[in-house]
Design a protein around this ligand. Structure first.
Ligand code: NDP
Length: 468
């Protein structure tokens, strides 16, 4: 039969109706068009909303009518302010401060303050958005928020840090409080910065209250808060492996970062019988086949505030690699488990391919969104157990909430008591997200499970409180 004949006898295809866009796709498009130049925020919204499709599709009509997704992707309030301070040369410097109060449906806003030159509104919004679901997952009554500034604490004197922190808090104190919004530490904000901010809050507002967490032990801090995120990451990793019939003991781990999360992840990994062999900072990374010496790492990073070259100089088994010179990173080392604990988008598709080729079995995120979407999907396709940061690093904020409880009852709990509660919370979070994934037919997809488990509680609370 000729082609011409075929054409004339073929039935005319009915014109296809344009498929109706799903509610999730509509809201993703809206977020991108209404928030241009905020790629990290788009990435976080896409990751969350895409994985919520099963829940949204099951309730599409009601959710659309109540504009549930439009409300959840719009912060309740975002504050941007000038932070002037004087440097050691008498020069006035001006930074920008942010606080995004994203969602208070289940409790006062809670989320850290990031001090890093890369900070902008989009980054704070991505972190605040993720924080809503993370905080919900903890099972504790805390809403989602995040703040920060483009101030770079590196290389500043203590006096300069204090000047910045006091100026930052002079403005921020108008919007926060123990029952409204309780910030905490994050990249660049450790115990020193929290102390300066707390002092200024108390001075201006005249109240001694649990307005910040991550405080020093002498003025209302909680034991185990410093360790909480790293320890919690390992408690969850262990529980996830156990529920899949595997063991953490004896496994090698690649850790990135050498800050608060990385150090205590390494410490707990060692305590639980695993062997972390890498760590990194923004300039280089260490491969230490004998296992990272966590006491030396603490001395270099927490006491001397030095670079990792100092670790390598003091540890004969360690190899130091310069990231810029070599174009390499810690993900090329053959390990069983990868624990990214530095910053967002630090593990991309090329890294993922190397890890998979080397037989990695699990990736558990200590940092916030350290794995790109493409790399996450690749791990899932290759059946690598993947636990997203909003669940795996929730131990930090959970212990912050325990600090809030101690402040409210004006009591301090022992290290063991807080650590036991932390472990219980992490184990519980894992089973909640595992069950949520199973309920919707996504067994073993912990990204879907975490988002659904976090989302359901927040939406329930939002619905109960009317259109606000
Ligand atoms: P720290 O500031 O203590 O440490 C951050 C580490 O990551 C440092 O080693 C730093 O190296 C490295 N790093 C930071 N930015 C970059 C970058 N752009 N490129 C490469 N390396 C970088 O922060 P935390 O350990 O507190 O936080 C790490 C991650 O964990 C963040 O994503 C944070 O949001 C998340 N998180 C932290 C919690 C906590 O309790 N601390 C709770 C939950 C999540 P260098 O010193 O050279 O800058």
């Amino acid at each position: 039969m000729s082609n011409a004949k075929k054409t004339t006898t073929a039935k005319k295809a009915a014109p296809k109706k344009a498929a109706k866009k799903s509610y999730v796709d509509e809201v993703i498009e809206l977020v991108i068009s209404q928030n241009p130049s905020e790629p990290e925020f788009h990435q976080a919204v896409k990751e969350v909303l895409n994985s919520l499709r099963p829940v949204v599709e099951a309730n599409e009509e009601k959710f659309r009518r109540d504009a549930v997704l439009e409300r959840i992707v719009n912060p309740e309030r975002q504050i941007k302010f000038r932070v002037p301070w004087v440097d050691d040369n008498g020069q006035v410097q001006v930074n920008t401060g942010y606080r995004v109060q994203f969602n208070s449906a289940i409790g006062p806003y809670k989320g850290g303050i990031r001090l890093h030159p890369s900070v902008n509104l989009g980054i704070i919004k991505f972190l605040g958005f993720e924080q809503i679901f993370k905080n919900s997952l903890t099972g504790l009554p805390i809403g989602g928020g995040k703040g920060g500034s483009d101030f770079d604490p590196k290389g500043k004197s203590d006096r300069e840090i204090m000047a910045f922190c006091q100026s930052f808090m002079t403005e921020l104190c108008k919007y926060i409080g123990a029952d409204t919004d309780v910030p905490a530490g994050d990249i660049g904000t450790g115990a020193r910065e929290i102390g300066f901010m707390f002092g200024q809050y108390k001075r201006i507002r005249g109240v001694f209250e649990g307005v910040l967490t991550g405080k020093g032990l002498s003025y209302g801090g909680s034991l185990a808060r410093t360790q909480a995120t790293g320890y919690g990451l390992l408690y969850m990793t262990e529980e996830m492996l156990k529920s899949n019939g595997k063991k953490l003991k004896g496994k090698t781990c690649a850790v990135s970062g050498s800050g608060n999360v990385a150090i205590y992840a390494i410490e707990k990994a060692i305590q639980l019988g695993a062997k972390p062999v890498t760590c990194s900072d923004s300039t280089g990374w260490i491969y230490d086949p004998e296992g990272i010496d966590v006491d030396l790492l603490k001395e270099v990073k927490e006491v001397n505030r030095a670079r990792l070259t100092e670790y390598a100089a003091k540890r004969p088994s360690a190899q130091y690699h310069d990231k810029a010179k070599e174009g390499t990173n810690q993900w090329e080392i053959k390990v069983d488990i990868a624990l990214p604990c530095a910053t967002q988008n630090e593990l991309n598709i090329d890294d993922a391919k190397k890890l998979v080729a080397n037989g990695v079995m699990a990736v558990c995120e200590g940092a916030n969104m350290p794995t790109t979407l493409e790399a996450t999907e690749y791990f899932q396709k290759k059946k690598v157990y993947f636990v997203p940061g909003k669940a795996a690093n929730a131990g930090g904020v959970a212990t912050s909430a325990l600090e809030m409880s101690q402040n409210s009852e004006r009591l301090s709990w022992s290290f063991e008591e807080v650590d036991a509660k932390l472990k219980g919370i992490m184990v519980n979070i894992f089973h909640n997200l595992d069950n949520a994934a199973r309920k919707y037919g996504f067994d073993g997809n912990y990204v879907v499970g975490a988002n659904i488990a976090g989302f359901e509680k927040v939406v329930d609370a939002m619905n109960a409180q009317g259109i606000v």
